[in-house]
Design a protein around this ligand. Structure first.
Ligand code: NAD
Length: 489
């Protein structure tokens, strides 16, 4: 792997190509500050070219017209390509965005490949419907691909976030134009090459790296894009819906931010497990996870015991060199994000929360961007660190005494992505789970996940769901065909 080189050019119509105006931007590794490569800085002309290629591929039905069993075989080959290049993809992901290579390999590559394989396998197993009409008619309810799907993704799980959208979109027969984050564009470009090698025809899957305003906006505003599927911040997600409305009323699906509450009652069945999940889930991926349980509500009577155990675990998450196998917390994606995290830590201090652990920048690798796992106690739900998404390794600990009150506090936030409740009381578990306004509620666990279940949020955590068969709803149009039957018998 020492000879790993990167190609930052866009991928349009089955070919690597520089931006039309020749512009590039530097792709810098947060691991140690090294320059990885120059990446095509795509703009409107490149988006136009990619959308035109995607449209042409859709119109001539080179992909959507393929028999489902054949499309399935190609998708499964695509997944196999990821596994065949797993080490390269994992290393690229780590160097590009800073996560520990052991997770890039065991989680990111495997999960993206599994997602692509799962939707591939579904292609020839999903049936359409016939409506229960009177016998004078046959009403077919069929699904058709929407056409050209624009996909915009963030940097925290670059391959997985892309796979959650491109896999169901491609499986349904659409053409795709993917804009990866400017902070982590490299694996998306490789995915397009691997898709082509697997047999996805040129033009069906295009990748246009670039900045949000320069490449993302033209894609969301494009008059010939039928659907825009976005994962990222709530701030930009709102603009995506506006751009969809301002242009051609394309379908807009948004998977946005979170500030997930994790509620531990005194009758929690296993305190050690609850502590491990609370600490492990907030520090996984350097805290750069939309569903990180960043608000920990612990019942007052067990808070001291809980924190004592938690603080013993925190040192295990000290950041290290992401390229070392033993490292569990890596680098923060870039200087801007590191500064954001540090600003939030400072605001926690200023607003009166008690810093129990971390809070400082460290440098396990010279030139890299790292921050300690950080824990604040004495947080109130009104403080900035409890209200806003930090997207870094910062845990806010709050306490409560009353079930109704903690549910009210948990729901008192603009986000509603995930939540958890820990209790051995089945009535409390069900009652609280029902009352929590979140797309996923975990009971006596956190971060359970599977491709078979929908992922997405209530409220300002977005519109629509990734994963599971429900994702096909986003990338297909429903058509009704009435057939009149004037039966002679
Ligand atoms: P971001 O909103 O800054 O950027 C996301 C993507 O949008 C990037 O590709 C960016 O280039 C692009 N973009 C930025 N401005 C744009 C514009 N004006 N028009 C079109 N595109 C534009 O988010 P981020 O910092 O990359 O990612 C972090 C956010 O993503 C967090 O809020 C996190 O919670 C969220 N996220 C959500 C989920 C989920 O499934 N709900 C998953 C992962 C991340």
């Amino acid at each position: 792997m020492t000879d790993l080189t990167f190609d930052g050019r866009a991928f349009i119509n089955g070919e690597r190509i520089a931006a039309r105006d020749g512009q590039t931007f530097d792709c810098i590794s947060p691991v140690d500050g090294r320059l990885l490569t120059a990446v095509a800085r795509c703009g409107e002309a490149d988006i136009d070219a990619a959308v035109a290629a995607a449209r042409a591929a859709f119109e001539d039905r080179r992909w959507s017209g393929m028999a489902p069993a054949q499309r399935k075989r190609v998708m499964i080959k695509f997944a196999e390509q990821l596994i065949a290049h797993a080490d390269e993809l994992a290393l690229t992901e780590t160097l590009d965005m800073g996560k520990p290579v052991k997770y890039a390999r065991s989680v990111d590559v495997n999960s993206a490949a599994n997602c692509i394989r799962w939707y591939g396998e579904a292609v020839d197993k999903v049936y359409d419907e016939i409506a229960p009409t009177p016998s004078t008619a046959l009403a077919l309810i069929t699904r058709e691909p929407v056409g050209v799907v624009g996909v915009i993704v963030p940097w925290n799980y670059p391959m997985i976030m892309a796979a959650w959208k491109i896999a169901p979109a491609l499986a349904a027969g659409n053409s795709v134009v993917l804009k990866p984050s400017e902070k982590s564009p490299l694996t998306a470009l490789r995915l397009a090459e691997l898709a082509l090698a697997a047999g996805i025809p040129p033009g069906v899957f295009n990748v246009v790296p670039g900045y949000g305003a320069e490449a993302g906006s033209p894609l969301a505003l494009h008059m010939d894009v039928d659907c825009i599927a976005f994962t990222g911040s709530t701030r930009v997600g709102k603009q995506i819906h506006v751009m969809a409305g301002q242009s051609n009323l394309k379908r807009a699906w948004t998977e946005l931010g979170g500030k997930s509450p994790n509620i531990v009652f005194a009758d929690c069945p296993n305190l050690d497990k609850a502590v491990e999940a609370a600490v492990g889930s907030i520090f996984f991926n350097q805290g750069e996870s939309c569903n990180a349980p960043s608000r920990l509500f612990v019942e007052a009577s067990i808070k001291e015991a809980f924190l004592e155990k938690a603080l013993k675990l925190v040192p295990q998450y000290q950041p290290g060199n992401p390229l070392e196998k033993s490292t569990v917390m890596g680098a923060i994606v870039d200087r801007t994000q590191l500064d954001t995290v540090l600003r939030y830590i400072e605001s926690g201090r200023q607003e009166g929360a008690k810093l129990l652990a971390g809070g400082a920048v460290v440098e396990p690798v010279k030139g890299g961007l790292y921050v300690q796992p950080t824990v604040f106690d004495g947080v109130t739900n009104q403080m900035t660190i409890a209200r806003e998404e930090i997207f870094g390794p910062v845990l806010s600990v709050l306490s409560f005494t009353d079930a109704a009150d903690v549910v009210k506090q948990a729901n008192s936030n603009i986000y509603g992505l995930q939540a958890a409740v820990w209790t051995r009381d089945i009535n409390k578990a069900h009652g609280v789970a029902r009352a929590l306004r979140a797309g996923t509620v975990h009971v006596n666990s956190y971060d359970e996940d599977d491709i078979t279940v929908p992922f997405g949020g209530f409220k300002q955590s977005g519109v629509g769901r990734d994963k599971s068969l429900h994702a096909f709803d986003k990338y297909t149009e429903t058509k009704t065909t009435w057939i009149r039957i004037d039966s002679p018998v």
